[in-house]
Design a protein. Structure first.
Length: 260
């Protein structure tokens, strides 16, 4: 992997307003989770919020760090597909929107190095988003006076959170191909919207464990107990989706005609 291509991508991000926008959008999750925790600490307020009260009862939520971490994991498993999808669409599609795709190909850098640099920045960016949410959640939880859990409780929660992040990262990889193939943002964002819609429908039909974009949400516990209905085949599906997305994206960038 060429470190210079990563630095070039980072410089592009630094000069764009999309970076802070992505953190603000993703940061809404711990804020909403904090509101949820606040309402759980005040039963009278929760009683007036019928929908939230029903969800809290169904998920056995209480005003503690365990429930807060589960909320953050669910936000990544469901909303992460959307936000990470925006990130990868921007990274791979902006060259066409800005009219710089052909300029990049004229540089003395291999096409493979360019695509690897973009994928590396995509992973780094999304991990920063996920970690930022943890810090925001920690600040909000401390402000609400939620008792700090023991290390034996905290470590499994962190493991489950980052496992959800990892699954979401993998399922979003194929969207890079649609950004290159569609030469911009619209095609990949349309694909993201379709995956979110079909994930809900297929999961409701009972086949979510075989649909890659529904698996992070199921793993996070968004539809019940965390990991319900998932088996080894589900994780194989996610890995195959990521490998296929990486392979077709790299192949398209290397071999396609980018002269138009």
């Amino acid at each position: 992997m060429d470190i210079h291509t990563i630095r070039a991508e980072l410089r592009k991000i630094k000069g764009s307003g999309f970076l802070p926008a992505s953190f603000i959008a993703f940061g809404l999750a711990p804020l909403m989770g904090g509101v949820f925790m606040l309402m759980l600490r005040h039963p009278s307020a929760m009683a007036r919020a019928g929908g939230l009260a029903t969800k809290a009862d169904a998920m056995h939520f209480t005003a503690d760090w365990v429930s807060y971490f589960h909320l953050l994991s669910q936000a990544v498993g469901v909303g992460g597909v959307l936000i990470f999808g925006f990130v990868i669409s921007w990274l791979f599609g902006r060259e066409y929107s800005d009219g710089t795709a052909k300029d990049m190909l004229a540089l003395p850098t291999s096409r493979r190095a360019i695509i690897h640099g973009k994928f590396a920045v995509y992973i780094l960016w999304c991990l920063m988003l996920a970690t930022s949410n943890l810090f925001i959640g920690a600040i909000i939880g401390s402000m609400l006076g939620i008792d700090i859990p023991s290390v034996s409780v905290l470590l499994p929660l962190l493991g489950h959170y980052y496992a959800t992040v990892f699954l979401t990262l993998l399922t979003v990889v194929p969207i890079a191909f649609f950004a290159l193939w569609g030469r911009g943002f619209l095609t990949p964002l349309g694909f993201v919207a379709l995956t979110l819609v079909f994930a809900q429908i297929i999961a409701a039909a009972g086949f979510g464990s075989l649909f890659p974009w529904a698996i992070p949400g199921l793993f996070s516990g968004a539809s019940g107990d965390a990991g319900t209905g998932l088996g080894i085949i589900s994780y194989v599906v996610v890995l195959l989706t990521a490998f296929a997305g990486y392979g077709i994206t790299t192949s398209f960038w290397i071999h396609a005609d980018h002269t138009k």
